[in-house]
Design a protein around this ligand. Sequence first.
Ligand code: NAG
Ligand code: NAG
Ligand code: NAG
Ligand code: NAG
Ligand code: NAG
Ligand code: NAG
Ligand code: ZN
Length: 303
Amino acid sequence: MRLRAVTSSTFLLIILSSLFVDVSVSASFLPALIKGIPLWLKNSRTSKFSSVWNKLKSLFTFKKGLKLGDVYKGLSEVKEYLDIFGYLNSTLNSNFNDTFTLELQSAIKQYQKNFNLQVTGQLDQDTYSMISQPRCGVPDVVNTTSFTRWWKPGRRELTYAIHPRNNVSNGVKVLLRDVFARWSNATSLGLAETASFDGADVRVAFVVLDGEGGTVGGAETNYSARFGSVYLDSEEKWVVKGESDEGEVDLESVLMHVVGHVLGLGHSFVEEAVMYPIVLPDKKKTKLAYDDLLRIHRIYGET
Ligand SMILES: *[C@@H]1O[C@H](CO)[C@@H](O)[C@H](O)[C@H]1NC(C)=O
Ligand SMILES: *[C@@H]1O[C@H](CO)[C@@H](O)[C@H](O)[C@H]1NC(C)=O
Ligand SMILES: *[C@@H]1O[C@H](CO)[C@@H](O)[C@H](O)[C@H]1NC(C)=O
Ligand SMILES: *[C@@H]1O[C@H](CO)[C@@H](O)[C@H](O)[C@H]1NC(C)=O
Ligand SMILES: *[C@@H]1O[C@H](CO)[C@@H](O)[C@H](O)[C@H]1NC(C)=O
Ligand SMILES: *[C@@H]1O[C@H](CO)[C@@H](O)[C@H](O)[C@H]1NC(C)=O
Ligand SMILES: [Zn+2]
């Protein structure tokens, strides 16, 4: 994992801050969304992002890894986190306690395998550091064989729209257009912007999720109402142009990733892939990697 040292001079910060502020959302133009996750996105997972991340981010200072049998205040939040991202059997959900159980051990092993960490089955510093990274809100462990297209069978032209209350700049609209064009090229689907948010097949919105860090965005699909949603955390320090520094998140890379989800892709653990779930601070991912192409072609065929 590469964490960039903070080396920016004040001068550089001034230049950067003028580049990345244009999607920040203030209460004055986001009144209906500002209080939390809007209804069409709210579910048992997205509702938990905020409380879990806000407790997790300041929990631990490790001298030694935590292991099977240990009791440690805050382990319940680690279980909650692993549950949200698909590593625990959700039927055991509700009322997690602070005991390091066998289920937690196997969840941590799976997590360590996925992220190419040493598989110790312990909650050690490396594992906690990975958990502390900003990431996508979609679970890692899902039944990927069950992908079903949420749009009407036979449709080849889909539309997308950005939430009007987000009032995003042209720079953001151009990024979105480029991102959809790349996925369109890889899937042979038409993906065009439309003005009507409620009528769009893919809804894009900046919403208040869990503050800086934690979950940066994600995607949901609604099979019965036949629409897909792509959401982004309005409180991240989004970078629209140029390189992101520590603590900042590259908007184009995250857009590429979340749009991949609504078109049917799950997470990949190939670090170079757009569909890798963790946001790596020094990696801009705007083009589909070999792994992404391989997987999207498995759904749509070679284009
Ligand atoms: C999840 O828990 C339920 C109830 O205890 C059990 O029946 C099921 O087999 C478990 N599934 C997995 C994948 O562990
Ligand atoms: C904690 O929860 C587990 C089930 O996840 C249970 O087996 C264990 O007895 C609980 N420990 C305490 C101290 O309540
Ligand atoms: C995945 O989903 C399919 C279809 O719903 C089901 O047949 C299969 O058993 C599931 N696999 C796992 C590992 O849960
Ligand atoms: C939208 O943003 C523009 C500047 O980009 C600003 O002039 C306008 O007042 C904003 N509209 C609303 C409704 O906030
Ligand atoms: C479109 O896809 C083809 C084949 O995968 C690729 O060679 C080309 O660079 C892509 N064009 C764009 C604009 O992404
Ligand atoms: C799908 O959307 C419809 C219409 O907005 C809503 O009533 C329903 O609750 C949504 N379903 C899910 C699973 O979110
Ligand atoms: Zn994702």
